[in-house]
Design a protein around this ligand. Structure first.
Ligand SMILES: [Zn+2]
Length: 471
């Protein structure tokens, strides 16, 4: 038996970036969450499925050191939690998706072992969620159907189907003792913002390559500074705050999208500059303590202006998408010095979904179908941005690389047989894949490269035919 070990490193307090397990039949992931506290208790384990994939969520009373590995014949996924034990109220979890059964035990003193018996091999993806919105420490393991088991082999396989999710922090405005604005029919803004935020998060999580965290998922009060700090601690790629507008004239209507104003940004930069230690992680860990004020300011400005540019681009995309489903209050993205938009390194925007003070719009905000459309538009804008500028290391970026790998851009001197040779496929399969009527190629034409598995059988015949070279 051999196995490949993958070690995850967690930087300081920011520990929620997904860690990756390579596609090995037997992968092991070991991560020290933090200095070990006292015995952690496994208070709950939940299992959910989406198609052939599943997601296991471990609820822990405190951080724990853990190890995840897979075993074959029969396929199992094993999770060892060190210095841990089952909580008194722990309930057995029911099997779901690829998980046939779940067992718990203790292979050695102080180690709590959870074994998932599997119907098929899986590729585990593990990450930690820091306590947020009333939920404690969680260890999440996504069980992805093992693609390596499929026999189809294409050029795309060269580019692995991996990459982290783009993490989007969704902030429902107001909450708890701060109810926000009130509609004529008595709807509180805090109810609407939570309903929209939950719907938006649901839609984000339904999309491969994107993942949402809710800054609040209940009726609680969270101070404004804490909202964007939560997004930063989770290393979110985007922060979206959801609100509903109010005005003293009930006729005011339409949705708005806001980004941080220049004045707000400048005062924020001054604040960060005053706290050099805090500012260090804004500029890639460069210590600012020993830099003079001017240099420190330049470094901060660079980081902040890149963030603001991204915020503006995303806000623009969201506004365009919103215009297709709702009336907008102003034709352009607006600027304001909102506290929640102050993250100097997480692109941030605030969406006023409508005027709750307008009775017609208040009714719409109370309609789940309308909230679905609204959320779909916000997501469309966000998706559009991240597709156009995929962040390095994300699944979206890998997908684009795979897309490129499966295409051939015809250039001068290319012949069909030459292209077929270079990509290791048959001329016949190239013709078939691209529905070519003749072998004449245009410069700049994009040819899809077929999967090798389907091309294999045809290759002998194609060589025999000796395809003519048009150029
Ligand atoms: Zn508000």
């Amino acid at each position: 038996m051999h196995f490949v070990a993958v070690y995850g490193q967690i930087r300081g307090m920011k520990c929620s970036r997904p860690l990756f397990c390579a596609q090995t039949l037997l992968a092991m992931l070991f991560a020290a969450w933090s200095a070990l506290a006292g015995a952690a208790e496994l208070t709950g384990l939940s299992l959910s499925e989406t198609g052939s994939d599943a997601r296991a969520e471990f609820a822990l009373s405190s951080p724990a050191e853990y190890k995840v590995f897979t075993l074959a014949n029969p396929d199992r996924l094993v999770v060892d939690l060190h210095g841990s034990r089952l909580a008194a109220g722990y309930r057995e979890v029911l099997p779901s998706g690829p998980v046939a059964s779940v067992r718990t035990g203790s292979p050695s003193a102080g180690v709590l072992r959870v074994v998932f018996d599997l119907a098929a091999a899986v590729r585990p993806k593990t990450f930690l969620l820091t306590p947020a919105a009333g939920v404690g420490h969680r260890l999440v393991i996504e069980l992805h159907a093992d693609a390596a088991q499929s026999t189809a082999k294409t050029l795309q396989d060269v580019v692995p189907d991996t990459g982290r999710d783009v993490l989007i922090a969704v902030d429902a405005g107001h909450g708890g003792q701060d109810p926000g604005a009130r509609g004529a029919k008595g709807t509180w803004e805090k109810q609407i913002t939570l309903a929209v935020a939950r719907e938006l998060a649901r839609q984000i999580n339904a999309e491969r390559g994107l993942k949402a965290i809710l800054i609040r998922d209940g009726d609680q009060f969270i101070p404004l500074q804490q909202r964007y700090r939560k997004a930063r601690d989770a290393q979110a790629d985007l922060f979206v705050s959801i609100h509903a507008d109010a005005f003293n004239k009930p006729s005011a209507s339409g949705a708005s999208v806001f980004v941080m104003s220049q004045r707000g940004a400048s005062s924020e930069a001054a604040r960060w500059l005053a706290d050099r230690e805090n500012a260090a992680d804004l500029v890639g860990g460069v210590t600012l303590d020993d830099k003079d004020n001017t240099l420190a300011k330049v470094l901060l400005d660079l980081s902040q202006s890149a963030t603001m540019k991204a915020s503006e681009d995303i806000a623009e995309n969201v506004l365009v998408a919103l215009k297709r489903v709702v009336k907008t209050h102003k034709p352009q993205v607006e600027r304001a010095n909102f506290v929640v938009l102050r993250s100097p390194d997480v692109p941030s925007l605030l969406v006023e979904t409508a005027f709750i003070s307008n009775p017609a719009e208040e009714s719409k905000l109370n309609d789940p179908l309308h909230r679905q459309r609204l959320s779909a538009a916000i997501l469309a804008g966000v998706r559009n941005y991240f597709n156009a500028r995929p962040l390095p290391g994300t699944w979206l970026a890998t997908q684009q690389a795979r897309q490129r790998a499966s295409e051939h851009l015809v250039s001068r001197g290319d012949t069909l047989s030459g292209i077929a040779n270079r990509h290791g496929v048959s001329v016949a399969s190239l013709r078939q894949e691209n529905r070519l009527q003749s072998d004449v190629l245009r410069i700049g034409q994009r040819l899809r490269i077929p999967a090798l598995a389907s091309a294999g059988a045809a290759s002998v015949a194609a060589v025999g035919m000796g395809s003519p070279s048009p150029r």
